[in-house]
Design a protein. Structure first.
Ligand code: ADP
Ligand code: ADP
Length: 224
């Protein structure tokens, strides 16, 4: 799979030029997006996730026109925003069951199996009866991944996921993402250069709405 971004531009109504003609090709695997605060990372990710419009340019996922066929994109997208709310008084198991029902898995046994497998995959099976409000930051993030995975996504976008996670939780979360990256495009934005180097086969640095650098992180580090 290949995500091709051409000349993507976005200016907000307040005049801030957040994306000044972004060109990137992102292939299956883990792609790291680095850049300081205000660089345009979230703007780029929200645009790929069909949550906001671009002013110019194009995004294609193979043949799929991402900026046009939004409904199609949403079927194959997993998006984990920087902070997402959870309903505090419901168990992870029941929440996923509800979402599965909304997604059209109508058979209760099938849902039960699907939900159990997902919770197991993100290491939350033993916590399946606990209310989401009692979850730690890392548990919530892993729950977010389980929720995203319900859709069998081909494209997963994760916006600065590890802020506030302790190192053990961070490792657990990243191991999970790495597994996903084996057959999915995973775009990860982060401030942590070392994380990109260990996890990502490909990366870009964005600054002031422009791509400063794009390529293989190990090679980039060698040149420094
Ligand atoms: P990053 O995710 O790298 O921190 P953002 O994409 O959030 O960068 O922001 C890029 C620039 O666009 C910043 O100057 C930010 O203040 C501005 N910006 C982001 N979202 C909006 C918005 N909805 N309205 C106006 N300006 C915005
Ligand atoms: P990030 O750096 O991850 O984008 P922000 O705090 O910049 O996080 O953005 C949080 C929310 O505020 C987003 O929905 C973004 O669109 C909005 N936002 C960011 N900057 C501005 C701005 N200058 N004017 C209006 N909205 C903004």
């Amino acid at each position: 799979m290949k995500l091709t971004i051409r000349n993507l531009q976005k200016t907000y109504p307040n005049g801030v030029q957040a994306l000044k003609g972004i060109n990137l090709i992102i292939e299956t695997g883990m792609f790291g997006l680095l850049g300081p605060n205000g660089a345009g990372k979230s703007s780029l990710m929200r645009t790929i996730a069909t949550l906001q419009e671009a002013d110019a340019g194009s995004i294609f996922l193979d043949e799929l026109d991402v900026l046009k066929d939004k409904a199609e994109v949403r079927k194959i997208l997993g998006y984990l925003p920087q902070e997402f709310g959870v309903y505090p008084k419901i168990s992870s198991e029941l929440m996923l069951d509800h979402i599965a029902q909304l997604k059209g898995i109508l058979n209760a046994n099938e849902r039960k199996q699907t939900v159990a497998a997902l919770l197991d995959r993100v290491n939350l099976y033993n916590d399946r009866k606990k209310h989401l409000g009692t979850f730690s930051g890392g548990m919530k993030q892993r729950f977010g991944i389980a929720q995203a995975l319900l859709a069998n996504p081909k494209l997963i976008i994760v916006d600065e996921p590890t802020a506030g996670l302790d190192p053990a939780e961070r490792n657990r979360f990243y191991n999970l993402l790495s597994e996903l990256g084996e057959n999915t495009i995973v775009i990860l934005s982060t401030h942590i250069v070392e994380d990109v180097r260990t996890l990502c086969s490909d990366f870009a640095i964005i600054c002031k709405g422009e791509v400063l650098r794009n390529g293989n992180p190990d090679e980039a580090v060698k040149e420094l």
